[in-house]
Design a protein around this ligand. Structure first.
Ligand code: SF4
Length: 282
């Protein structure tokens, strides 16, 4: 399969059938951020615009065939993969096509950077859950952690999340990666909490960089930092602990291996031996 992988077990999404909307055989990661913790390696070319990656009907055909065999073994269909899903300009067509094909709920795991665009918010309107990233409560921390393409500013990120929350009727689950020394101190967490309170997500999922990151100096926060984050962010929203937020892809290794092989990242698996799901690839 070219665009579909799994199903893979995920604690939040049960048995999740993955769709990689930025699949480009043999090509590098397609993203507009270059996060220090990214497990896919550096973003060599920061994308600015959305684009077509493949004919959406090709993915829908593949999914239709997969569901004939797997429908009883799947709890969610999830857009996630080898880059930022909303950079695929056909995301809305694909999402509507899936909803016409199956009653399974659909989730989109995204960095959230393009939510300032009305057309992206419209594309995502039909998803049952959207999981955008919010790692920073101030611009400097955002630039240090997410290292975005310059069109994607901190303010546009916050504005997009806020606008999406006001329009979107599905589940909005923010994801925050806690990186030691970057966003786990009291001041950073208080700033983040203030923004989270304004956005008012349904939940905030804490995740940790426990897989080999792009930058070797990246470390997860320690137990004290995690407790601090739970306490400060827990004042403004429901916070999900990393142990609950993480999924484990080890059982779905073959499926993920196929995807990473196709996208040229099989070296990561050979080097590190075992595959775990970190919550979100993007
Ligand atoms: S973690 Fe996600 S958003 Fe960040 S660089 Fe990697 S693919 Fe892009």
């Amino acid at each position: 399969m070219n665009y579909i992988f799994g199903p893979v077990p995920s604690r939040r999404l049960g048995r999740s059938l993955g769709i990689d909307p930025t699949a480009r055989p043999g090509s590098a990661k397609a993203c507009n951020w270059n996060c220090v913790y990214c497990q896919l390696g550096s973003t060599h070319h920061l994308m600015a615009e959305r684009q077509r990656f493949f004919q959406p009907e090709a993915m829908l055909d593949e999914l239709r065939k997969a569901l004939v065999e797997l429908a009883d073994a799947v709890d969610w269909v999830t857009f996630v993969g080898s880059g930022e899903p909303t950079l695929n300009i056909d995301l809305g067509i694909m999402l509507r096509g899936i909803k016409a094909m199956t009653e399974l709920p659909v989730a989109v795991i995204t960095n959230g950077s393009t939510l300032s665009l009305p057309e992206v918010r419209a594309d995502l309107a039909g998803a049952d859950a959207v999981l955008p990233t919010l790692d920073a409560g101030n611009e400097l921390t955002y630039l240090r952690i997410n290292r975005p393409q310059h069109h994607y500013t901190f303010q546009s990120h916050i504005d997009g999340l806020t606008a999406f929350r006001q329009e979107y009727r599905g589940k909005l689950w923010l994801e925050t990666m806690l990186v030691a020394g970057l966003n786990d101190d009291e001041s950073s967490l208080e700033q983040l909490a203030s923004i989270v309170e304004d956005i008012a997500p349904d939940e905030l999922h804490l995740v940790l960089p426990t897989r080999p990151p792009t930058e070797p100096w990246v470390l997860p926060t320690d137990a004290e930092g995690l407790l601090r984050a739970m306490a400060i962010l827990g004042r403004v929203t429901k916070v999900v602990h990393p142990d609950e937020a993480y999924g484990d892809f080890s059982l779905g290794a073959d499926a993920l291996l196929q995807t990473l092989t196709r996208t040229g990242r099989v070296h990561m698996i050979r080097r590190y031996g075992k595959i775990f799901w970190l919550g979100s690839l993007p």
